[in-house]
Design a protein around this ligand. Structure first.
Ligand SMILES: Cc1cc2nc3c(=O)[nH]c(=O)nc-3n(C[C@H](O)[C@H](O)[C@H](O)COP(=O)(O)OP(=O)(O)OC[C@H]3O[C@@H](n4cnc5c(N)ncnc54)[C@H](O)[C@@H]3O)c2cc1C
Length: 465
C-alpha cells in the first residue's frame, strides 16, 4: 500500500485526464505528487476513460489528421458553438497550447490511430486515441507510476481546509476511515457534478430522476462545492449541461459512448403523448445531437421514441441494444405502451406530407415535409417499409457547465477577484470559463490537458520547483 505519511508538495484531487496531466507535469518539475482518486483502480479515470478523440491546433496534415487546423478557425468554431460565452484570453491560450499535445501525449504513452468511419466528421481537426480514453488513462497512470507519482484509489476528498484562499490540507475518506493530507499546493481536477442527482434536481426538479448519466458515478461535485464554500467565484450556468439522446435501456451510470443513438434524423420522434416536438432533420446530426438530451428532458416523463422503418436502419451507427422491431406501426406503439391509433395517425400524416425524392444523408437534401405544423426539413421519407423499428430515448447527461473561475495560471479566482494562492483547477471543474455554452467535439479533453499541464506546472512552482 502507498505510504501516505510523508509530506507532499502537490496534492491532486481527481483521477481523470486533467488530474493525470497535472500530476505528470508537477512530478516532472521535481515535486512530490499524490493523486487522490475516488474510484477503484479498475474504474479509475472518470469520464476521460470514455473519450475517443481530442481537438488540437496543427499546421499541416499528419499520418493521423487530414489537414491543417489553425488558431483562427479553431477560435471561430468555438465562437460558433458558445455564441460568445467564452473568455477569449483563456480560450486562445487553450487553442495555442493545444498545438503541443500531438507530441506531448505520445511522449507520455498515448498512441494515435486513424479515425474510424462514423466519427462526426472530425478527421481533420481531431486526433483519435488508439484504444480510446481507457487506453489513454492506462498510459498516463503507467507514466505517472514510473515517474514516482503516488496514487491513492477509493479515496474521496470530502473537505478542504483553506483560509483566505490558502490551502492547508484535504480530508478524505479511505478504507472506511478518514485521513488528512497536507500539501504545499492543491490541484482540483474532479470533474463536474453530473452524477449528483439531488444537486441536478435543484435546477431540473424531479425530471432529473429520469436522467441517465453517461459517465462515472463519482463526479458528484463535492470538490466544486467545497471550493464555492470557501469563496471561489462560480463560472457557468448552474442549469447548463451537455445532454444527448440516449437509449433509455442504458445503465444509469457509465454506459459510455455506445448508448448514444443516432437514429433521429432518419425517422420521426414522438413523446409519450404521441406528439412530435422538434424538427428531426433541422441540420446535420453532428450539429444537432447535443440538443436532443435537453429536448427530451422537457417532455412528459422525460421519455421519447425514435420511429424509423427498414429504410432508415442502415444509415446510422449500429446501436448497442437492438431496436424494438414490429410488423406494423400500431404494434410498435404497443411495445412502447403509447397509443397505437395516435401513432398510426401521426405516421400517416407525416408520410402524406413528404416531398422530394433525392434522399442524401451526406447533404442537407431536398426531402422535407409540407403543411405540417412542425416541419421536418431534411431526410424526410415516408415511414412505410416494414419491419418498423423504434428506440426509447432518455436524456443522457455528459457533463455539467457550472465550475470555478480561473486565470491563465489555472489559479482559482476568489469572489474578491484575487487568485487563491496555492489552489489550481483543471478540466471540467473549470471548463465553463472557456466553453460557457454548447460543445465542440473533442474540446473537453483539450481544456483538461492544457489546463492540467498548466495547473501541474504552477502548483509545482508554488511548492518551490
Ligand atoms: C461518454 C462520454 C464520451 C466523451 N467523449 C469525449 C471525447 O471523445 N473527447 C473529448 O474531448 N471529451 C469527451 N467527453 C467529455 C470528457 O470526458 C470530459 O471533458 C473530460 O474527460 C473531463 O476530464 P476531467 O479530468 O475534468 O474529469 P474526469 O475525467 O471525469 O475525472 C474526474 C475525476 O475526479 C474523481 N473525483 C470526483 N470527485 C472526487 C472527490 N471528491 N475526490 C477524489 N476524486 C474525485 C473521479 O473519480 C474522476 O477520476 C466525453 C464524455 C462522456 C461522458
Amino acid at each position: 500500500m502507498t505510504d501516505l505519511t510523508h509530506p507532499i508538495d502537490v496534492l491532486v484531487a481527481g483521477g481523470g485526464n486533467a488530474a493525470l496531466c497535472a500530476a505528470i507535469t508537477a512530478r516532472r518539475a521535481g515535486a512530490t505528487v499524490l493523486v487522490l482518486e475516488c474510484a477503484t483502480k479498475d474504474f479509475r479515470g472518470g469520464n476521460s476513460r470514455h473519450t475517443r478523440d481530442i481537438r488540437y491546433m496543427h499546421k499541416a496534415a499528419t499520418g493521423f489528421v487530414t489537414g491543417a487546423y489553425g488558431e483562427e478557425e479553431f477560435w471561430r468554431d468555438l465562437l460558433g458553438v458558445t455564441g460568445g460565452a467564452t473568455n477569449e484570453r483563456l480560450a486562445r491560450l487553450t487553442i495555442r497550447e493545444s498545438e503541443t499535445l500531438g507530441d506531448w501525449m505520445p511522449a507520455n504513452g498515448v498512441r494515435w490511430q486513424k479515425p474510424l468511419r462514423g466519427t462526426l466528421h472530425l478527421t481533420r481537426s481531431n486526433l483519435f486515441m488508439l484504444g480510446g480514453g481507457k487506453a489513454m488513462m492506462n498510459a498516463y497512470y503507467a507514466t505517472a507510476a514510473r515517474l514516482g507519482v503516488e496514487i491513492a484509489y477509493e479515496t474521496e476528498v470530502r473537505e478542504l481546509k483553506m483560509t483566505d484562499g490558502q490551502f492547508a490540507s484535504a480530508v478524505a475518506s479511505r478504507n472506511g476511515g478518514s485521513n488528512e493530507y497536507a500539501a504545499k499546493a492543491l490541484v482540483v481536477a474532479s470533474g463536474g457534478f453530473e452524477a449528483n442527482i439531488p444537486w441536478l434536481k435543484e435546477y431540473w426538479g424531479d425530471a432529473a430522476d429520469n436522467f441517465i448519466i453517461r459517465g462515472t458515478p463519482h463526479n458528484k461535485g463535492g470538490m466544486l462545492k467545497e471550493l464555492l464554500r470557501h469563496g471561489a467565484k462560480p463560472e457557468g450556468d448552474p442549469r447548463g449541461c451537455h445532454a444527448v439522446a440516449l437509449d433509455a435501456r442504458a445503465p444509469k451510470f457509465d454506459g459510455g459512448i455506445v448508448t448514444r443513438l443516432d437514429s433521429v434524423p432518419f425517422g420521426i420522434v414522438v413523446n409519450k403523448k404521441v406528439k412530435r416536438f422538434y424538427d428531426e432533420g433541422e441540420d446535420f446530426w453532428p450539429k444537432r445531437y447535443a440538443i436532443w438530451g435537453r429536448l427530451i428532458a422537457e417532455q412528459p416523463e422525460q421519455i421519447a421514441f425514435s420511429i424509423i422503418d427498414s429504410k432508415g436502419l442502415p444509415h446510422f451507427m449500429p446501436s448497442v441494444f437492438p431496436p424494438v422491431e414490429a410488423a406494423s406501426i400500431a404494434e410498435l406503439a404497443k411495445a412502447f405502451e403509447i397509443d397505437p391509433n395516435a401513432l398510426s395517425g401521426v405516421v400517416e400524416k407525416f408520410n402524406r406530407s413528404v416531398r422530394g425524392s433525392k434522399f442524401d444523408p451526406g447533404s442537407l437534401d431536398e426531402c422535407h415535409t409540407e403543411d405540417l405544423d412542425l416541419p421536418k426539413s431534411h431526410w424526410a421519407r415516408p415511414i412505410d417499409t416494414p419491419p418498423y423499428y423504434g428506440y426509447p430515448l432518455r436524456p443522457g447527461i455528459t457533463f455539467t457547465y457550472l465550475g470555478v473561475t480561473v486565470n491563465e495560471q489555472a489559479q482559482v479566482i476568489m469572489q474578491d477577484d484575487r487568485p487563491a494562492k496555492n489552489v489550481f483547477a483543471a478540466g471540467e471543474v473549470m471548463a465553463g470559463n472557456i466553453l460557457g455554452r454548447g460543445y465542440l467535439a473533442g474540446f473537453g479533453l483539450t481544456i483538461g490537458s492544457v489546463f492540467g499541464r498548466i495547473a501541474g506546472r504552477e502548483a509545482a512552482r508554488r511548492a518551490g520547483f
